[in-house]
Ligand binder design. Sequence first.
Ligand SMILES: [Zn+2]
Length: 91
Amino acid sequence: MKMSICHFCGNKNFKPNLVQYTYKKDGKYIIIDDVPCQQCEYCGEQYFEASVLKNIEFEYEAIHSKGKNIKKKLIIPIESYTEIGNETNVT
Ligand SMILES: [Zn+2]
């Protein structure tokens, strides 16, 4: 994929990069490291090839639907902001 212009900032310079990509579907996640993308040199927006995104989607199905074994797991705490209180007010 050759990017010509960034949709966010209008910058025309991109560099290839490897980034961490988080894919979420139906409240489940996978996180993939070292995903190739073109990154805007100005604002950092990342652009991915459609085929790369397809591969990630496929991997998601393999893990969540077909029970593929994975190398690493991450437990992520999730809270609603309405429930965490105003902790900076505590004196
Ligand atoms: Zn940009």
